[in-house]
Design a protein around this ligand. Sequence first.
Ligand code: ADP
Ligand code: F6P
Length: 456
Amino acid sequence: MGRLVIVSNRVPDPHELAQPAGGLTVALADALRSGDPCLWFGWSGRQMEFEGDPAPNVETHGSVTYATIPLTPAQHRGYYQNFSNGILWPLFHYRLGLMSYERADWFRYLEVNRLFARGLASMLEPGDTVWIHDYHLFPLGQELRNLGFQGRIGFFLHIPLPPWSLFRALPPAEPILRSMQAYDIIGLQTEEDANNLRGCFEAEGLSGADRVRPFPIGIDPTQFGADARLAFAGEEVQRLRDSVHDEPLIIGVDRLDYSKGLQERFLGYERLLTRYPEHRRHVTYLQVAPVSRGEVEEYRLLRRQLDETIGRINGAFAEFDWTPIRYLTRPVPRSVLAGFYRLADVALITPLRDGMNLVAKEYIAAQDPDHPGALVLSHLAGAAPELSEALLVNPHDADAIADALHEALTMNLEERKRRWTLLDNEVRSTTAGSWARDFLTALDAADANVDGQTPA
Ligand code: ADP
Ligand code: F6P
């Protein structure tokens, strides 16, 4: 039995207690608690100039060996900032207008995927199973095949995948789809995403649709619930509780990203204060939005826009003893966030598109079963089909957000318990561990597909 080899752009830093926000590392770290030996390969998070191929930095912590390589500043800009986050991210979140394509970035993207392949190939052993994650690394499987790796390779996409009518706007749509032929199993978050990818393969006349399957990702609800109970007794939660004086608390937690619908959400909250004035001076909305991808222009613009919107709403509605929105752009340890979720009466999670959205599942897992809060969730989040007992809203509709918030703030205990019990069952039925097991079982059952072609 060979090792499991995980590859992702972002790799958790085993020395850091507070990890950067992001669903991929959270879910994988939870899934790896099984203790089986594993190699996790990816970017070190560092940029530096180097000649030739950098030697991976290898460190073992418990059952996981981390092997990471740096990128040059030019590679980081072309591959990570521009191609992954300035082209693929907006397009895959259905925001074609935000995509800004340069062919040079596509070449950098390929260059870094080849660099990853060479670095990883030198560490692979026969019998290893390779599991590649996310949009930064679509061509990596094909590059490993080109270097002669014959073992099983699976791929999981953590973000949505748009239909062919949008996908085809990507200039290298065809080589990316063709490179995916190297995978034995391709996992997506939802049935909708899986259908879209099958449609893209069919439109390009490529086989492989039978290797595409949805595997909705989850969290470790038992551990997260225990973290929430612990944090609830901690100093930070105590301070937050004292500061709201038993009045209702709404919480939002998201990376500062335009896909999360933060601007639209603030306008929805403003509409609540306008249309339901009885909540003024009582409700507090705490939004935690750690800065993410701050070097990418669209993210800088968003930050400025949010500063302006929040300043305007607070200026218009605040009283000398009440502030409607509290806004933090620095990261908060996940263990503390767990306690904030438990304290909050309502979670407001309204992405315009999201692969899954783990925060929604974390909020459910953190609740006190005797006094659960209510979840207001975008129907465009990947989690919505599973969490259909939440108050589902269209995140573009400020009145719908206001109505759902009012309903959540005034919902009686019996109804909150009824909904939460069903939601909690869902969160417990697909965990990070079961997600990884299901994917790896399917990969294990697949025939290794070693005859993919080299991408252009
Ligand atoms: P994405 O992967 O797009 O960031 P998810 O909601 O799926 O979105 O995952 C975000 C993860 O990052 C969650 O596990 C959440 O707890 C964590 N997280 C979000 N905000 C913070 C923060 N301020 N500090 C630490 N972790 C955070
Ligand atoms: O889950 C989506 C994702 O893009 C991950 O691939 C990534 O690690 C996370 O969000 C956070 O983004 P970044 O790694 O760019 O900080």
